[in-house]
Design a protein around this ligand. Structure first.
Ligand code: CA
Length: 222
């Protein structure tokens, strides 16, 4: 899952980026409202985290303009404001949730997971074939045996499982699993799919990830 953080305080932005990358998210950061809005509109993010007070364009304005183009992607506000009027104003601008600064990372992470659950199929447990992925516990098992994955392997498997039954093109996989610094060499996806297949094969979950020649990959099955 790919997240855009629009936050002008470098300390908070870096803290969030590092924390979310440890949780296997691909993360981009914008440090002002205009840059953030343009990034949000030009890439296919799964979630936006937007600071309220930003140079260039306020978080509320970013959210309002983003919503004109994109109604689905969840937006969470970071705000030092906490009066009822401010909260209502923020939510009316199109945000899905907000969290007050200072906040605990774990709370933000829990709120992110709630938003991603509701924007996808609503299940914290993803599965196909003998593979089960528990997003909250960050665990993958294959026929009941735990499989150890790197963060990128985990993120790739999560994306394919979330889109179970649908072919994921290489470009969509890049958009959702890698961040903006990715150098656009799509063969790296094939390399990671092979890593994943080997680990799943060893645990007895063979042929889970199908290649769709010239297009990308798909996970089928129940
Ligand atoms: Ca700020």
């Amino acid at each position: 899952m790919r997240v855009l953080i629009i936050e002008d305080e470098p300390g908070i932005a870096n803290f969030l980026k590092e924390g979310l990358e440890e949780e296997c998210f691909a993360v981009d950061v914008a440090s002002n409202g205009r840059e953030g809005l343009s990034m949000a509109l030009s890439s296919d993010y799964d979630l936006l985290i937007v600071d309220w007070l930003l140079p260039g364009l306020s978080g509320v304005e970013v959210c309002r303009q983003f919503r004109k183009e994109c109604s689905q992607v969840p937006v969470i506000f970071l705000t030092a404001k906490d009066t009822l009027d401010d909260v209502v104003f923020g939510l009316e601008s199109g945000a899905n949730d907000y969290i007050k600064k200072p906040f605990a990372f774990e709370e933000l992470l829990a709120r992110i997971r709630v938003q991603l659950r509701s924007s996808f199929s609503g299940n914290p447990l993803l599965q196909a074939g003998g593979v089960k992925m528990n997003l909250a516990a960050h665990m993958v098992s294959c026929n009941g045996k735990e499989v150890s994955l790197t963060p990128k392997e985990f993120a790739l498997l999560e994306y394919l499982l979330r889109n179970k039954g649908n072919v994921c093109t290489r470009s969509r996989i890049i958009e959702h699993v890698w961040d903006i610094h990715f150098d656009a060499d799509t063969s790296v996806i094939d390399v990671y799919v092979n890593f994943l297949r080997k680990k799943l094969d060893v645990s007895g979950c063979t042929d889970l990830i199908e290649t769709v020649r010239g297009i990308g990959y798909v996970i089928r099955g129940e």
